[in-house]
Ligand binder design. Structure first.
Ligand code: FAD
Length: 408
């Protein structure tokens, strides 16, 4: 546990910030913002990472990291630290709507976001960034191409050459700047923590009939705790038709593993919900010459799985790479490459996951795929590959993919 004075020493207050022109201001210290800060500060750029909350702060999430997130943490040289604070798991069990189960092997890690996000923000500070609590209420650009941020409840103005918006599913600032093309979120998810004396080793994902299109999860955490929750991905359904809490209670009352955990334990936190923005759509990633947006703010969360920590960090890495070029070569034109890089390097992967979501949203097709995978080594390996992103989901969720599974 951190001592109170240690908690404070790495976090600045807005009023104590030096009056200087920052190279980069990053608004939001989730995985996207902090990963960008880690890379930019490591390269020697004057980086200010700002979050509306003082850390540690809770973030409503499933707390599950899959291989893309693990690789990002490895590239940033922080994986060992995260591992020590989290819990590694090598197996996930997926249940189809008819409760046919399938074991999928892979590299998984669970860690409370309260812990992960503080580790990442502290890492950015240890590489030279300044971390500060402050809620940005507006951004404006002057004739010298300097971006000025106004902070709520403070007269302080922050001036920067480049601003990155990494505010998660909160797109209020992007809307002010005219960067949002789809205000509506892609889905909604809730979660709570339960503690149980029953020991469960696997990550559990259930495409429960009560929840489709979406799924429920039970992820084992450290200290006999479990992150348990469910998400619904909107597919033309009106938001007010969805009562996610009711779905959650139905799931926990009927799903045998949830019942077993609860019979030997209890929920230790209330349920909390948050929106998902998926598909790398809905917001533009660049405004003018020097305002970028990353992470869930640009819909970086994957369709189908709702997995967004890894992808948020990847968009942070990409933004950091173009900003580094722009700052070192003193040419803001390099920032214009950011939307193209996102399209080239990341977008095709979202298309595959969108097709997987379309297939798995149909209960009969979901059952069929899980039953086929139980008989086909090829398909089981392919599911592992999809989670590791070594296989495009379109190779499996297609007629030819299904036909191939008949032979192997
Ligand atoms: C219930 C639930 C379960 C999920 N489960 C998983 C999972 O198991 N695995 C996974 O990979 N993904 C999961 N996700 C998705 C994942 O949480 C997001 O994709 C991820 O957090 C996006 O990271 P980000 O850095 O873009 O934004 P965030 O993590 O949302 O961070 C945004 C930050 O911006 C700050 N901020 C907002 N407004 C301002 C402002 N005006 N000024 C300053 N700071 C501001 C916020 O305080 C916050 O710290 C889940 C989501 C939900 C809702």
């Amino acid at each position: 546990m951190l001592k109170p004075q240690d908690q404070n020493s790495w976090q600045a207050t807005v009023d104590s910030l030096p009056d200087l022109l920052w190279d980069v201001l990053i608004i939001g210290a989730g995985p996207a913002g902090s990963m960008a800060a880690i890379h930019l500060a490591s390269q020697g750029h004057k980086t200010l990472l700002l979050d509306k909350y003082r850390f540690p702060r809770d973030k409503t999430c499933g707390d599950g990291l899959i291989p893309d997130a693990i690789r990002c943490l490895q590239r940033a040289g922080i994986y060992e630290k995260v591992c020590q604070a989290g819990r590694q798991t090598k197996m996930a069990t997926v249940f189809s709507p008819s409760r046919v189960d399938l074991e999928v092997s892979g590299e998984f890690l669970t860690i409370k976001r309260q812990i992960l996000d503080e580790l990442l923000a502290r890492e950015a500070v240890s590489r030279g960034a300044t971390f500060c609590q402050g809620k940005v209420k507006s951004l404006s650009l002057d004739s010298q191409r300097v971006v000025t941020a106004l902070i709520s409840d403070s007269p302080q103005q922050i001036r920067t050459r480049i601003a990155i918006i990494a505010m998660g599913a909160d797109v209020s600032l992007l809307r002010q700047l005219g960067m949002v093309s789809r205000p509506k979120a892609s889905g909604i998810a809730i979660r709570g923590y339960l503690r149980s004396s029953l020991h469960l080793d696997h990550m559990i994902v259930s495409f429960d009939r009560a929840i489709i299109p979406g799924y429920a999860w039970i992820f084992p955490m450290a200290n006999n705790e479990y992150n348990i929750g469910c998400c619904v991905l909107y597919r033309g359904t009106s938001t007010d038709q969805i009562n996610l809490k009711e779905m959650f209670y139905k799931f926990t009352a009927e799903f045998p593993l949830a019942q077993a955990l609860l019979s030997q334990g209890e929920m230790i936190t209330p349920l909390q919900g948050a929106m998902l923005r998926c598909g790398l759509t809905g917001s533009q990633p660049l405004k003018g010459e020097n305002i970028l947006a990353i992470g869930e703010s640009i819909g970086a969360t994957f369709p189908c799985t709702g997995e967004g920590i890894g992808k948020a960090m990847e968009t942070g890495e990409l933004a950091a790479s173009v900003i580094h070029k722009a700052l070192t070569k003193r040419k803001s034109e390099y920032l214009q490459e950011f939307p193209r890089l996102l399209e080239e390097k990341l977008k095709p992967r979202y298309l595959g996951y969108q097709i997987a979501e379309n297939w798995l949203a149909k209960a009969w097709l979901n059952d069929f795929m899980v039953r086929r995978a139980r008989k086909s080594r090829l398909l089981r390996d392919a599911f592992t590959g999809i989670l590791a992103e070594t296989i495009d989901p379109r190779m499996v969720f297609s007629i030819s993919g299904v036909l191939k599974s008949w032979w192997k």
